[in-house]
Design a protein around this ligand. Structure first.
Ligand code: NAD
Length: 321
């Protein structure tokens, strides 16, 4: 197949391109930037801005069978939950999705995948770190805790509208905290697993690392390979409603930090400091994906943590940090 991946210079998009190529597809890719840590596997890679409709139209001309839309203005808690980037997050990501869908309509694209997020789930269901509720049908009445989540919810509805009115087939995944090698690990947009791996890798033995909040906030984390597998299985299915792709292995940020410290072999303390944290608890509910895809992620968190820590350790030493 001829497949277009937008956001292919980013973490998930880059891994997805590799997998689609390995599966024998012809892959066209687009992003504002090249992948940061290794060359792209795409057959053609277009650098450009998806906020520009003409660029989106150009990409979707000439026999594209399917699109995977991963581009968004996004980052971890330090980028999404401070409020400082809200206008850019909403404007840029909404503009990208508006343009891509319009280009799909104009160029008669048949099928598109959209990467939504666990951040769409309502705040009031995620106040208990031991028992967060994130089943797909709990999205409404809506109260996401961030503008990032509101944009994703708006865009889910936008994709469904293009399906209803223009016959575009859509597949929508609500991704839950994806992590792994080749992801951003410094600079302010990194997420908790990468940030904690970096802090541990850089810490001197017998010292302490800092974590944001009291550490009791809980999450589930999904290793990148399983995320890509879930996305491809969803695309091949006939399920067109939003669906969770995540792990059900719930862990507090404190315990995640401990897991990474143990992986490193160092002796380090943990100091809780003020910082953006997001909701108190968030966990993928995999009831629907088990039913619809007869599949769910199985890899234990510790295995992904070991791989990711080793990669970030290499990154820090390669830079002489
Ligand atoms: P990422 O930031 O690594 O990748 C996003 C890519 O989009 C970047 O390479 C960026 O340059 C590109 N982009 C942004 N604006 C653009 C524009 N105007 N034109 C062209 N390209 C543009 O993020 P990721 O972790 O790979 O996430 C991919 C998708 O999955 C995003 O839509 C994100 O919201 C969603 N998602 C990710 C996670 C996660 O844990 N990583 C969780 C839920 C949802």
């Amino acid at each position: 197949m001829n497949i277009l991946v937008t956001g292919a210079g980013g973490f998930i998009g880059h891994h997805l391109v590799k997998r689609l190529k390995a599966d024998g597809n012809r892959v066209i890719a687009a992003d504002l930037k090249w992948p940061e840590f290794e060359p792209t596997a795409a057959d053609e890679f277009f650098i450009g801005d998806l906020r520009n409709l003409e660029f989106c139209q150009k990409l979707t001309r000439g026999g594209i069978d399917e699109i995977y839309q991963l581009a968004a203005d996004m980052g971890g808690a330090g980028f999404v939950f401070t409020g400082e980037n809200d206008a850019d997050i909403m404007h840029n990501s909404a503009q990208i999705n508006l343009n891509i869908l319009e280009a799909c309509r104009i160029n008669k694209i048949k099928k598109i995948f959209f990467s939504s997020s666990a951040c769409i789930y309502p705040l009031f269901n995620q106040e208990d770190p031991d028992n967060p509720v994130c089943c797909e049908d709990s999205a409404y009445p809506a109260l996401p805790d961030s503008e990032y989540g509101w944009e994703k919810l708006f865009s889910e509805r936008l994709y469904k509208s293009y399906e209803r009115n223009y016959g575009l087939q859509v597949r929508i995944a609500r991704l839950h905290n994806i992590f792994g090698p080749l992801g951003v690990w410094q600079g302010g947009r990194e997420k908790a697993p990468a940030a904690l791996c970096r802090k541990v890798a850089l810490a001197e033995n017998e010292r302490a690392i800092e974590i944001w909040g009291d550490g009791r906030q809980s999450r589930t984390f999904l290793f990148i390979d399983e995320c890509v597998e879930g996305i491809i299985r969803l695309m091949e299915s006939d399920h067109s409603e939003p669906i969770n792709i995540g792990s059900e292995e719930l862990i507090t940020i404190y315990d995640l930090a401990q897991m990474i410290i143990q992986t490193s072999g160092k002796t380090l303390g943990i100091e809780c400091i003020d910082g953006p944290q997001g909701v108190r608890g968030r966990k993928s509910d995999n009831t629907l994906i088990r039913e619809v895809l007869s599949w769910e992620p199985r890899m234990p968190l510790i295995e992904g943590v070991k791989i990711t820590y080793q990669w970030i350790l290499q990154q820090t030493s390669a830079r002489g940090l």
